[in-house]
Design a protein around this ligand. Sequence first.
Ligand SMILES: Nc1ncnc2c1ncn2[C@@H]1O[C@H](COP(=O)(O)OP(=O)(O)OP(=O)(O)O)[C@@H](O)[C@H]1O
Ligand SMILES: [Mg+2]
Length: 252
Amino acid sequence: MNVGDDVISVRGLTMGFGDRVIIRDLDFAVRRGEVFVVMGPSGCGKTTLLRHLLGLQEPISGEVRYGDERFTGASPQERERILRRVGVLFQGSALWTSMTLAENVALPLEQFTPLPASSVRAVVRLKLSLVGLGGFEDYFPWELSGGMQKRAGLARAISLDPELLFIDEPSASLDPPTARRLDALILQLRDALGTTAVVVTHDVATIVGIGTRALFLDAESQRATAEGAPSELRARGPAQVRAFFEGSVPGP
Ligand SMILES: Nc1ncnc2c1ncn2[C@@H]1O[C@H](COP(=O)(O)OP(=O)(O)OP(=O)(O)O)[C@@H](O)[C@H]1O
Ligand SMILES: [Mg+2]
């Protein structure tokens, strides 16, 4: 596969809970090498979409494909194989608090690879140093700042060298400078590892700072109402999308 190929395609996806539709008829593709942003106000369905991409929730209708493979409707074994190429950092970093950083990052390696303990330790050191946490192997999550915890969560998300990285609200609960450093780290990882990233956020600075293309979900019309380069959407998108960019900019 080459840069620019579709790594995920979503076709006619309608999502909801029971009879309640959240978003209908979603059509979009995530291209290899880009930072694809799913944006919109709180409650519009961003995390719900991420859950559909991971098979944690089933569509009302439509489908999700990874490359040439159908994900929706695939067997649990096929899904597991497809998702081995995906690393995830959920809203909040979700580290195990009773484990050190090294143990947290080692977990997927121990679970999914036959690597001997010495190699696991070497990979863990490498991943922690990639996120700027070299030397913090034996710290517990509660001994770290919020920004460091997010970075440790990222180290765990990249432990299996994923082709795709999903990140839900990277900047939530971080102060602006720390959030910007995390944005920069996401770009660095994309460049260093050749990863494609799907970032879910309502943080305008993140969207404009690192997004290649963005998709806007609108709760009112229950549709995706815009897709394109963030700077383009901010300047010339539909009125409601421009308002989202305006309204979310921190005031003076
Ligand atoms: N388990 C659930 N059962 C019923 N409704 C749900 C459930 N989870 C989410 N919803 C509803 O679906 C809608 C979308 O929620 P979702 O969490 O996807 O929003 P979001 O865009 O990620 O918001 P935020 O920016 O606050 O994280 C909301 O109206 C929410 O109330
Ligand atoms: Mg959410």
